[in-house]
Write a protein that binds this ligand. Structure first.
Ligand code: OGA
Ligand code: NI
Length: 380
């Protein structure tokens, strides 16, 4: 197994770059024309028409999609005695999983106060002096700690963001000594927040399992069960960028794990989800979580549910903070399509693989759209 002890070149903190007040971004962050935000709002080849030159040459062509948003599901009636109301929640989750691979959830049971304080405390962490944060500098061996890149290829194009990555589950990987000591209440809030979000994740997995026609605890068990599943938190910090049209905060990728529960910034949007040939900008609903399917659920469901590509754009006015909780299989379990979903007509599309093995790809190559999960599907 290939492993990497260190970054291939000195790491530059994007926040420090941004705060140095530069007016143009270094070439390392500049993407080729075809991958820039405004040129890829529509992924279909763009045929210029006279109207483009008359009205909006050089601008985004997403005005037709301003009204589109990912589905919002209300969990209020998830445990209702009323069968009809409960069924409606399940149906909406299923529809969102099939059509978008993404949805927002409200009335999810996690305290709004806790969500707000988690986000605010992390903002304070990133706003400390660089030397303090450098004490938590990470390496590509485990990625735990303060980081600024994903992937270890020398000379790769870099994303306009920094992050902090930590393990919450399984308990054997939870090491509070690696969590920030400042602000003083951060560790306690991380633990409370993670507990609430992981609990929510368990409920969502039950809904998805049932919708797939499996026993309600199928996915949770496939992940190793409540006490052994993997859960890690990646806090993303997207600094203001003087040339947001030339770069991305996070390159297009699907999440390699099972499912992601994202707390977006309360004021600044930036997440874009791929829908067919378009990038749709998510408009966060106040106090909602954004949930999406990762590659491992695509494998377990034999591609009935698919992970969906997403990316993050940046802007020149405001920093953006998001908290992504990755809900993953315990890393040494073999993940393969559920036997119940494999038939003569629909044979298994993927061979068994552990998550340890699976995530090496993104850890070495960085975000690459859906290249990995697509390359693994058997040609049938
Ligand atoms: C991620 C991710 C989106 C965001 O961390 O994998 O997709 O809005 N984050 O920060
Ligand atoms: Ni993601």
């Amino acid at each position: 197994m290939m492993s990497c002890q260190a970054w291939p070149e000195p790491v530059v903190r994007v926040q420090s770059l941004a705060e140095s007040g530069l007016s143009s971004i270094p070439s390392r962050y500049i993407r080729p024309h075809s991958q820039r935000p405004s040129n890829t709002t529509s992924l279909a080849p763009h045929k210029p028409s006279q109207a483009d030159y008359d009205h909006d040459h050089g601008h985004n062509h997403d005005h037709d999609h301003d009204h589109i948003n990912i589905p919002v599901v209300d969990f209020e009636h998830l445990f209702s005695e009323d069968y009809i109301l409960r069924e409606e929640v399940f149906r909406r989750v299923d529809e969102a999983c099939q059509e978008w691979g993404f949805f927002q959830v409200v009335n999810h049971g996690v305290s709004h106060e806790l969500m707000k304080s988690a986000r605010e405390l992390w903002r304070e962490f990133f706003n400390q002096p660089l030397e303090v944060k450098e004490e938590y500098a990470n390496s590509p061996t485990t990625y735990e700690g303060y980081g600024s890149r994903l992937g270890v290829h020398k000379g790769a194009t870099l994303d306009w963001s920094d992050y902090f990555f930590l393990h919450y589950m399984p308990p054997s990987l939870r090491n509070q000594a690696k969590w920030p000591t400042f602000p003083p209440s951060l560790r306690k809030v991380i633990a409370e927040y993670s507990e609430g979000v992981v609990k929510l994740g368990g409920r969502v997995l039950n809904v998805m399992s049932t919708n797939l026609g499996l026993k309600e605890d199928f996915l949770l068990n496939a992940f190793g069960g409540e006490s052994e599943l993997g859960a890690c938190l990646r806090v993303n910090f997207y600094p203001k960028c003087p040339q947001p049209d030339l770069t991305l905060g996070l390159s297009p990728h699907s999440d390699p794990g099972g499912m992601t529960i994202l707390l977006p910034d309360d004021f600044v949007s930036g997440l874009q989800v791929r829908k067919g040939d378009e990038w749709i900008t998510v408009k966060p609903v106040p106090n909602a979580f954004i949930i999406n399917i990762g590659d491992q659920i695509q494998v377990l469901s034999n591609a009935i549910y698919k992970s969906v590509e997403h990316r993050v754009i940046v802007n020149s006015n405001q920093d953006r903070v998001s908290l992504a909780m990755f809900y993953n299989p315990r890393s040494d379990l073999l993940i393969e399509p559920a036997k119940e979903l494999v038939t003569k007509e629909k044979p298994a599309l993927y061979s068994p693989m552990t998550y340890d093995e699976y995530r090496l790809y993104i850890r070495l190559n960085g975000p690459c759209g859906k290249a990995q999960v697509e390359s693994l599907a058997s040609q049938t």
